[in-house]
Design a protein around this ligand. Structure first.
Ligand SMILES: NC(=O)c1ccc[n+]([C@@H]2O[C@H](COP(=O)([O-])OP(=O)(O)OC[C@H]3O[C@@H](n4cnc5c(N)ncnc54)[C@H](OP(=O)(O)O)[C@@H]3O)[C@@H](O)[C@H]2O)c1
Length: 307
C-alpha cells in the first residue's frame, strides 16, 4: 500500500490517479476527505500533518509514503509562518513513519540555487523538509524540480495568466535567470517509479526537462504557443513585494503563494546533473511539448483568452 499525502493538491492528485490507474492500492490522505471524489482502489483518510491528527491511521501498513505537502497558502498566525509549519509537519511525519515501519518516503521539493547563493525563504524551507526526510528515513528519495508544467500547476498558470492579461511583465532583471522546467507527465513518472528503484535510496535527485531557458525566453515561447501576437516586455520595478502584488492581482492567486514563488526566481535554478534520468531510464519531454500538452489540457476545462 502506498500513502499519498497532499492528495487534494496538484501533484498529489495526479499521482493518485496514476497509481490507481496502474492498479496499485493507494491511500489518499487529505485534511478534508469530502474534497476527494471517490475512486475505486483509493482509500481516503483524514490527515493533518501539522497537528499530527490521523498520522497513525494513515501510515498503518504502508511501505512507501509520498510526501507532497507544503503550507504556503495559509496565513494563520497561530502556528507561525509556512517554514515553521512545514518543519513541524515533516518532523511529525518522520516520527510516525519510523514508528509505523515505513520503508521509504518519496518527496518532491525545489531545485536549489547555485552554491554560495542564499536560497529564498520558500526554497530554504523545501530544502529543510528534504533534509528532515532523508535524515529521518534512510531509504527515502527526494526529487527536486523547478517549474512543473501542467494545466493545474500554480507556477505555470501564473506565467500563462501574465501572458494572457499583461502587456508589460513585472520581471525586471530576473528575466535573464534560467531554469529547466519539467513536464508534469515526467515528474509523475519519476514519482510513480520511485518505490521500485533501489539505487535511489537515500538520494536527492534533480529532475528537469532537456531545455535550459531564461524566464524571459519561457514567457516568449508560451506566448508563441498561445498565439499571442505581441510579446510581453519587462518593466523596471526591482522590488519583489511590489511585483508580487501586481502578479497576484493579475493572476487572481493569493499573494502569500505568489510572493515566495517569485522570491525564488532571483537566481538560476539549474539541475545539478542528469543522474535521475539515467537512474530511472527516462527521457523527459521538451519545453514546447510540455507547454502544448498543458495548454490543450487547460482548454478542455476553460477557454484561454489568447488562443
Ligand atoms: N507545482 C509545482 O510546479 C511544483 C514544482 C516543484 C516542486 N513542487 C513540490 O511538489 C509538492 C506538492 O506541491 P503542489 O504543487 O502539488 O502543491 P498544492 O497543489 O498547493 O498542494 C499542497 C497540498 O498540501 C496539503 N497540505 C497543506 N498543509 C497540510 C497539512 N497540515 N496536513 C496535510 N496536508 C496539508 C494541501 O491540502 P489542502 O487541500 O487540505 O490544503 C494540498 O493537498 C511540494 O513539495 C512542492 O514544493 C511543486
Amino acid at each position: 500500500m502506498d500513502l499519498v499525502t497532499g492528495a487534494s493538491g496538484y501533484i498529489g492528485g495526479l499521482l493518485v490517479d496514476r497509481l490507481s490507474t496502474e492498479g496499485r492500492p493507494v491511500r489518499a490522505a487529505v485534511r478534508d476527505p469530502a474534497r476527494l471524489a471517490p475512486r475505486e482502489g483509493v482509500e481516503a483518510v483524514r490527515l493533518d500533518l501539522v497537528s499530527g491528527e490521523g498520522l497513525v491511521e494513515a501510515l498503518d501498513g504502508c511501505e512507501t509514503a509520498y510526501y507532497l505537502v507544503h503550507s504556503m497558502e495559509r496565513t494563520d498566525s497561530r502556528d507561525g509562518d509556512f517554514a515553521a509549519r512545514d518543519r513541524t509537519a515533516a518532523r511529525n511525519f518522520v516520527a510516525a513513519a519510523t514508528a509505523a515501519g515505513v520503508r521509504r518516503a518519496v518527496y518532491l521539493g525545489g531545485i536549489a540555487p547555485p552554491r554560495g547563493t542564499r536560497p529564498s525563504r520558500h526554497m530554504a524551507s523545501r530544502l529543510e523538509v528534504e533534509d528532515i526526510l532523508l535524515n529521518g528515513l534512510a531509504d527515502s528519495v527526494a526529487f527536486r524540480a523547478s517549474i512543473v508544467i501542467g494545466a493545474h500547476s500554480d507556477s505555470f498558470r501564473i506565467l500563462v495568466r501574465l501572458v494572457e492579461r499583461l502587456r508589460m511583465l513585472p520581471f525586471p532583471t530576473w528575466r535573464r535567470n534560467r531554469t529547466a522546467a519539467i513536464d508534469e507527465r515526467d515528474a509523475i513518472e519519476f514519482l510513480a517509479r520511485a518505490p521500485a528503484v533501489r539505487a535511489a535510496a537515500g538520494r536527492s535527485l534533480d529532475i528537469a526537462g532537456p531545455d535550459v531557458l531564461s524566464y524571459g525566453e519561457m514567457i516568449r515561447r508560451i506566448a508563441e504557443l498561445m498565439g499571442v501576437g505581441r510579446l510581453p516586455v519587462g518593466f523596471g520595478s526591482g522590488q519583489t513585494p511590489a511585483a508580487a502584488a501586481v502578479v497576484a492581482a493579475v493572476t487572481g492567486r493569493p499573494v502569500e503563494l505568489v510572493r515566495p514563488l517569485m522570491e525564488s526566481l532571483a537566481t538560476d535554478l539549474l539541475p545539478r546533473d542528469g543522474s535521475a534520468a539515467e537512474l530511472f531510464g527516462l527521457r523527459p519531454r521538451t519545453f514546447s511539448r510540455a507547454v502544448e500538452h498543458a495548454l490543450a489540457d487547460w482548454e478542455r476545462a476553460e477557454p484561454l483568452a489568447a488562443r
